[in-house]
Design a protein around this ligand. Structure first.
Ligand code: ZN
Length: 324
């Protein structure tokens, strides 16, 4: 829909100016979400009709308490939440705006504990809220693949495994915490766009699957000398590798420094703010860092709007992460 593709119509600094009130007042919050989602107009989330109107109290003329709209096309009622990650939630709109704002503007992310303290929500609700906000910011799975000169790499993130000596007869250690989870990442040199994905283990099959899903085959891959990439590279227009073992981190243009700078940001955030990210939720956190990295050139207000618009059409696609 043309409406959704339009650039943010409002002045950037103006968006940020609206946010404090939208985080404190429910009407202001709903109106903020409406303005940003529909770019000043409104449109029916069910049939796309723009012939819609706000429902008002007959006596007072005030807006309906549930902030309902009615569509003249399909005759149904709707709110700004319908068809988004907010649809099934009873969490007040002002807390949603607060979570979107904090997630988009804090460099290392925001913890559920912080949201709990600042909103008065329960820890469980704050966690739910943040997972949905991360899901809104996550890239659409059917979106375009990365194209160009693409650095690929993998790393391990998550809670630091610590040695733990239980009362074992053999005196051996066991791992008290789960081992770190492997993450595959790819970044386009030309545009700086990054995609990253948690993989079950570092195997050729898993790396190949991730490459195929994220990178267009017209691209030139740049990887380290891991043998897995030799075969994968043959499926792409080109492949160059850098030999880390021979201290060859930089050979002309052949480096993986860009993806490594993303890993540094991701690890600092995961270790600093989210001490105990479980493996089953890790992809959501990775999505969050990916979103901020890919929108780093934007002003804060624009980034908030990008995340709110990302919430469109995400309701049905939301899956609770599978245990792992
Ligand atoms: Zn309609």
């Amino acid at each position: 829909m043309a409406r959704n593709q339009k650039k943010v119509g409002q002045d950037k600094s103006e968006i940020v100016a609206d946010i404090p009130l939208a985080c404190a007042d429910e009407t202001a919050a709903v109106e903020f979400l409406e303005k940003q989602r529909w770019d000043g107009g409104a449109c029916c989330p069910r049939c796309g009709d723009v012939d819609v109107y706000q429902m008002r109290d007959r006596k007072t003329g005030e807006r309906n308490k549930r902030f309902l709209w009615r569509c003249k096309g399909c005759k149904q009622q709707f709110t700004v939440r319908i068809g988004t990650v907010m649809e099934e939630s009873r969490i007040p709109a002002r807390h949603w705006v607060y979570a979107f704002w904090r997630m988009c503007t804090s460099k290392k992310g925001v913890s559920a504990l912080e949201i709990k303290r600042h909103t008065g929500l329960s820890y469980k609700s704050a966690l739910f809220l943040l997972h949905r906000v991360r899901w809104a910011a996550a890239p659409k799975q059917d979106g375009p693949k990365l194209k160009g000169t693409v650095e690929v790499d993998e790393t391990r993130v998550g809670g630091k495994p610590r040695k733990h000596r239980p009362h074992r007869a053999d005196g051996k250690y066991t791992w008290k915490h789960k081992p770190k989870a492997p993450v595959f990442g790819a970044v386009v040199r030309e545009t700086g766009q990054v995609r990253a994905r948690v993989i079950p283990s570092v195997t050729t099959a898993n790396l190949k699957k991730a490459c195929n899903e994220l990178i267009d085959q017209s691209s030139t891959l740049i990887s380290d000398e891991a043998p897995a990439y030799v075969g994968i590279g043959r499926e792409y227009a080109g492949h160059e590798s850098v030999k880390h073992s021979a201290y060859e981190y930089v050979r002309g243009d052949i480096t993986t420094n860009t993806i490594e700078s993303f890993w540094a940001i991701l690890k600092r955030g995961i270790n600093g703010v989210y001490h105990n990210v479980s493996r089953k939720h890790l992809q959501r956190y990775v999505d969050e860092f990916e979103f901020r990295y890919n929108h780093r050139e934007m002003e804060d207000g624009e980034r908030v709007v990008a995340a709110i618009r990302g919430a469109n059409d995400k309701r049905l696609m939301y899956r609770e992460p599978v245990a792992g």
